[in-house]
Design a protein around this ligand. Structure first.
Ligand code: PMP
Length: 354
């Protein structure tokens, strides 16, 4: 007889959230940056590692890193909180502000972890639908907020997996309607035309989350952060484990901010390639959603999503298969890669659709 107890049934864990790590020559399924971080950053990290007192716990408040991020965004260090990926920021937000008797609001389809983390933290989920074209429907947004009175309202801008940024006026409306925190997940913020960070203020409930995983080419590092009122940051400090952010992550993340130009070049390349992918795909038998991010959602018009996904994989091109996700029947999501990777994808897609 097994001594292992059942996993808590109230967590609704099911299969959990993961993207299958299938072998493929061209991997365009997890929205990472296709280019490595700059060599100068690698050298700077190597040099600074030698100065760390590895026998000591790291700076618990991650103060140097927070000061550097604050300077980058033009906010106070007290308005910045860092963790192991923006997923951990989201989780800590709900550990601090969610939980039994509290709720979040979100509009599907959106980033699956918003719901997943709500369930993990025992927070109720009020779900609204998007319009038929998958854009946010303001009447529905207001209805869900007014009916559920959420402690945390999630917006995702640009939204994963649909790709569009939320308009500034919509964020302002939601801030006016929502009774609690409004978390704008900007994991893909640098690809978008504007950032909700512009609206950050001590007297609103706005929290903007960002990550190093995409634009900074550092998905392997696991570093994310939020910009928020100082009182929110204090709550996050209290809800997280002591020394949750190690010395290596702190120094590597701080040094990355000394290479803004390389990051911006990478973002510019992705945006250019995104335009090229859209132009080429417009000639193929697929529908697409407009993207402000480093990925594009598409739906083959006359073939099933599963069939096209498999056909691409047979040609060693891996994209995200969203075919079975609610509201996304037959949809695929392709991450913008290097010019060579994008060519491989376009050639494979044309062949599969032929
Ligand atoms: N938010 C969104 C919308 C994402 O797509 C992702 C990455 N899949 C994350 C947050 C999490 O990123 P990370 O934990 O790597 O910072």
């Amino acid at each position: 007889m097994s001594r292992v107890p059942d996993i808590r049934p109230d967590l609704g864990l099911g299969e959990g959230y993961h993207s299958p790590q299938v072998e493929a020559a061209v991997r365009l399924n997890t929205n990472e940056s296709p280019v490595p971080p700059p060599d100068a950053w690698v050298r700077a990290v190597q040099a600074e590692i030698a100065t760390v007192a590895w026998n000591r716990y790291p700076d618990r408040a991650a103060w140097s890193l927070r000061k550097a991020i604050a300077a980058f965004h033009g906010v106070a260090p007290e308005q910045v909180w860092c963790a192991n990926g923006s997923n951990e920021v989201l989780q800590t937000l709900l550990l601090a502000f969610g939980g039994p008797g509290r709720g979040v609001a979100l509009w599907e389809p959106t980033y699956a972890l918003h719901r997943h983390i709500a369930e993990l933290t025992g927070t109720a989920v009020a779900e609204g639908a998007r319009a038929d074209d998958l854009s946010l429907d303001l009447v529905e947004v207001r209805r869900v907020i007014e009916q559920s009175q959420p402690t945390v309202t999630f917006l995702c801008s640009p939204n994963n997996p649909t790709g569009e940024a939320v308009e500034p006026s919509v964020v302002a409306d939601v801030l006016a309607w929502a009774p609690g925190l409004v978390v704008v997940d900007e994991a893909y913020g640098q690809f978008a035309p504007w950032s909700a960070a512009e609206l950050l203020a001590e007297d609103t409930g706005l929290v903007v989350t960002r990550t190093y995983s995409k634009t900074w080419s550092l998905a392997g590092l696991r570093l994310g952060y939020c910009l928020a009122p100082a009182s929110v940051v204090s709550a996050l400090e209290r809800a997280s484990l002591p020394y949750h952010l190690d010395a290596f992550t702190q120094l590597a993340g701080r040094l990355a901010l000394e290479h803004v130009e390389a990051m911006e070049r990478g973002v510019a390349l992705i945006k250019e390639e995104r335009g090229r992918l859209v132009a080429r795909m417009a000639e193929l038998d697929v529908d697409m959603w407009p993207s402000d991010a480093n990925f594009i959602l598409l739906r083959p018009r006359r073939r099933s999503g599963d069939e096209v996904w498999r056909g691409l994989l047979d040609r060693s091109v891996l994209v995200r298969n969203c075919s079975s996700w609610a509201h996304l029947t037959d949809c695929l999501r392709v991450t913008v890669g290097t010019p060579q990777e994008n060519d491989a994808f376009l050639d494979a897609l044309a062949e599969v659709l032929a």
